[in-house]
Design a protein around this ligand. Structure first.
Ligand code: AMP
Length: 411
């Protein structure tokens, strides 16, 4: 099988790394890829990034299967374009991708389908949103409707902060009841009819330890079966995942961002693709050969079997550029990746490039240092022991990835 991966971040490196190990896969291609992906795949320029450009790339490499990493090409209709040409691609249509592309669409869908989610109001402009605020208590959550790379949500402690958020975010808005509980990322593969769940993960969105500071694209994640009980997982499948797939015919990776509240799981958001960094610890643990599974799913024939996983949890620690998620400098030389891999971690590239002097930083999130262990504490130790061997100017990482899990298990 010749597999094309669309994208060029840590998520796509983890996917390429896993798929390249499949006995069914002859060759992996990535567009645009990155220097880490180039170690396991052939990287090709993504052209103008349009659906037609990706179809042309898939044609040129004779891809038997294409897997889409990021949301933007999905929302732009890359799956529709491939299907029109009779090329196998794993992902949702543009219509189904609206579950992520528009938070108003998603909230209305959840409400109409009786799927548990936070109470909300929608507003087309700031004046309307200010009037809607009168009906909520604090903290309140303000969300921009459209794609915002993880930066379109503000949890406001008081009215002044809420009004400031309305001034800074792009309308239209969703105003939402604040939910408390543990957040869980629940991702399934779907062929449009049935779903196979992956092991649960927990992301760490805030830039600093103890969830302080602004939200980022994700500063680290861990994958551990103990995040959810079997009963919780069944409830999520029955109340959230199955009704969504039945109503939309969703194909691809469906990611439910959930809050586990006292009243049960509630949907914070849908993503219509794998999460990043969650994909990195997921790919580190998955044992089932994904290539035939994804191909079968594009034919509406996803096997119902449960996926297989190595029993030990995995942890990904993101190494970010100083200043991220605000302004940061690029072009800083990176050292120590080989040493980190020599102690057993896998280092996925998120924002790197080949400079004249070797590998250098090229993004806010630079690397994802991913390791497994016999238990969560060991996986955390292994990931951090490797992370400490890597250096670049201004490097910043959270020191508490996975601690939420340890705390929960100890309680
Ligand atoms: P979203 O992109 O909608 O998942 O929101 C980003 C982050 O904001 C989530 O991961 C949560 O940490 C937080 N968040 C969003 N909605 C709520 C809510 N209703 N209650 C509490 N926190 C929320």
């Amino acid at each position: 099988m010749r597999v094309l991966i669309i994208g060029g971040g840590g998520r796509e490196h983890a996917l390429a790394w896993r798929l390249a190990q499949s006995p069914e896969v002859e060759r992996v291609f990535a567009a645009p890829g990155n220097p880490g992906i180039a170690r396991v795949a052939a990287c090709l320029p993504a052209g103008d990034g349009s659906p037609d450009a990706y179809v042309a790339i898939a044609d040129s490499v004779e891809a038997d299967l294409t897997v889409v990493g990021p949301e933007a090409p999905l929302v732009a209709g890359v799956v529709d374009a491939f299907r029109a040409r009779g090329r196998a691609i794993f992902g949702p249509t543009a219509a189904a991708a609206r579950l992520e592309g528009s938070k108003i669409f998603a909230k209305n869908f959840l409400q109409q389908s009786n799927i548990p989610t936070a109470a909300f109001a929608t507003a087309t402009n700031a004046a309307e949103a200010r009037r809607a605020l009168d009906r909520f208590s604090y903290p309140v959550v303000i969300k921009a409707d459209g794609l915002a790379a993880g930066k379109g949500v503000v949890v406001a402690e008081d009215r002044a902060t809420a009004e400031a958020a309305l001034a800074s975010l792009k309308p239209p808005f969703v105003i939402e009841e604040f939910l408390s509980g543990e957040e869980v990322s629940y991702i399934v593969l779907s062929d449009g009819r049935s779903a196979v769940p992956m092991e649960p993960t927990q992301d760490h969105k805030a830039v600093f330890d103890d969830d302080a500071g602004p939200n980022t694209g994700g500063m680290g994640a861990y994958c551990d079966s103990r995040i959810l009980t079997a009963a919780e997982s069944r409830t999520i499948l029955d109340q959230i995942i199955r009704p969504t797939i039945e109503a939309t015919g969703f194909t691809g990776f469906l990611y439910a961002g959930l809050m586990m509240t006292n009243a049960g799981p509630k949907v914070l958001e849908f993503n219509v693709r794998l999460g990043d960094p969650e994909t990195q610890p997921i790919m580190h643990r998955v044992r089932t050969d994904l290539a035939p599974l994804l191909l079968a799913a594009t034919q509406g024939a996803l096997p119902a079997d449960r996926m297989e996983w190595t029993p030990g949890p995995s942890v990904c620690v993101v190494l970010a550029s100083g200043g991220y998620p605000g302004a940061y400098a690029a072009g800083k030389p990176i050292h120590g990746i080989e040493a980190a891999e020599a102690v057993g971690a896998t280092v996925f590239h998120a924002g790197t490039r080949q400079g004249s002097g070797g590998l250098e930083t090229a993004g806010g999130r630079v690397l994802g240092v991913t390791a497994s262990g016999a238990d969560l504490a060991a996986a955390i130790d292994n990931a951090y022991a490797a992370a400490r061997l890597i250096h670049f100017d201004g490097m910043h990482y959270r020191t508490d990835i996975g601690q939420k899990g340890l705390k929960r298990y100890n309680d």
